[in-house]
Design a protein around this ligand. Structure first.
Ligand code: ZN
Length: 156
């Protein structure tokens, strides 16, 4: 999917990625491109679609690659697994892997996409201060105490 999208971009363009699910896709983008969650060049937008877009960071022009449900129908084992049509116990994992290998990119669709750059959330932290309770640095935009001291972490 990453390769298909990248082929649509001009060589050498500085690009970013949108993943429409947090499941698996960000890992692939991180492994195969310079975009990472840490450097802020992957934007995970949780709409639950198995799709990713690579786009020119400046112009927003890029390509979206998605699992095409029409093409998917030709691969019964993948179709059943992807759409959760049968319980895991009834799935034939050998056949599933064989179908995935045979299908390759054949079950994907690719389309042009233009990203509205102004709607991409910036990951700027802003002013930082030391939390008066724990003494650790935190973004002042969180308020008078850090999020940890406000009980946002699951530590017991
Ligand atoms: Zn604190």
């Amino acid at each position: 999917m990453v390769e298909m999208a990248r082929k649509q971009l001009p060589e050498g363009v500085l690009f970013e990625a949108i993943c429409e699910t947090g499941v698996c896709l960000p890992d692939a983008v991180q492994l195969l491109t310079p975009c990472t969650l840490g450097n802020g060049r992957i934007h995970v937008i949780h709409v639950g679609r198995y799709a990713l877009t690579l786009y020119d960071k400046t112009t927003g022009k890029g390509a979206r690659v998605f699992v095409d449900a029409v093409k998917l129908a030709a691969w019964p084992e993948i179709n059943g697994w992807f759409l959760k049509l049968k319980p895991k116990a009834e799935q034939d994992s050998g056949r599933l892997l064989a179908e995935i290998e045979d299908a390759g990119t054949g079950l994907l669709g690719v389309q042009r996409a233009v990203v509205d750059i102004s709607r991409i959330a910036k990951t700027k932290i802003g002013p930082v201060s030391l939390c008066p309770k724990c003494g650790e640095a935190y973004p002042l935009s969180d308020g008078g105490l850090c999020g940890g001291c406000l009980g946002r972490l699951p530590y017991v």
